[in-house]
Design a protein around this ligand. Structure first.
Ligand code: ZN
Length: 158
């Protein structure tokens, strides 16, 4: 395995601090890991602006790469801005399995004005209602399923 592939594998396995069922690669936060003069350069896109998890994510990636024997530099990539569209299909499956409704794409301004139809991650019913704009973290809203009665987090679309 090349050094770049080893570095990617180490960084990509880092879990998201707020949603530990998915990795930074599943969420599309980790854009690229390249080797420059023997240094692993990890390119990271912050999620929600001002999300306190960003510093923890960068630290987690740095720790993982150092653990794999690399010198590390973190590059924050602000443009293009991260959107929930970058969450991989595998990441969406993991969220659902964990009981979090994945974002209903595509992301866009529309999402600011209308509540999306959110399917219950437990039974699949779309008869759900929003309880609170904020769930366990600021990037999630709290919903409840009127079919099975299960409350769940919805990963907001941006
Ligand atoms: Zn349900």
């Amino acid at each position: 395995m090349s050094a770049a592939a080893r570095a990617w594998a180490a960084a990509a396995a880092v879990p998201d601090p707020e949603v530990p069922c998915v990795t930074v690669a599943d969420l599309g936060i980790l854009r690229e890991v390249r080797i420059e003069d023997g240094v692993a350069v990890a390119c990271v896109s912050p999620t929600y602006s001002g999300c306190p998890a960003t510093a923890m994510i960068e630290m987690g990636i740095e720790t993982a790469l150092r653990g794999a024997g690399f010198e590390v530099r973190i590059e924050r990539v602000l443009s293009p801005a991260w959107t929930t569209d970058w969450i991989t299909a595998e990441g969406r499956e993991k969220l659902r399995a964990y009981g979090i409704a994945p974002p209903e794409g595509p992301a866009g301004k529309r999402a600011l004005f209308a509540d999306p139809v959110v399917a219950c991650p437990r039974c699949g019913a779309t008869a759900t209602r929003k309880i609170s704009e904020f769930g366990s973290t600021a990037c999630k809203a709290q919903y409840a399923c009127t079919a099975c009665g299960e409350p769940f987090d919805y990963f907001k679309c941006i």
